[in-house]
Design a binder for this molecule. Sequence first.
Ligand SMILES: [Zn+2]
Length: 101
Amino acid sequence: MSPTKIKIRDNEFLDITWDDGITRSIKLSNLRLNCPCAVCIAEKDEWSSSYIPLYTLEQLKITKIEIIGNYALGIKWEDGHDTGLYDYKYLLQLFDKYSKS
Ligand SMILES: [Zn+2]
C-alpha cells in the first residue's frame, strides 16, 4: 500500500490516507518515539523498560515530509532531526500497534 493523502492534524496527529481508502492516524510523539534511524535505535537500546522519554515541542513538530522512492516517508522534525526513514510497511505496523491501545 502507499499513501494517497498525508496530513498533520492539530499539531498532534499524523493522518495518512492509504490507497485502500482508509485513513489511519498516529500521535506525533509515538511517531518520534519509533524513529527508525540508527541514532534513535542506539538511544533506545540504553533505556530501561520503565523509561518514558520526554520530548520538547521542537522534537514533536514536523516541518517537512518527503516521499522517498516509492516505499518510504522521510520526516524532518523542527529540531533538525531528519535521518528517520519510515518505510510504508513499518508505518503500517506502527498504525496498527497504536490503534489497539
Ligand atoms: Zn531518529
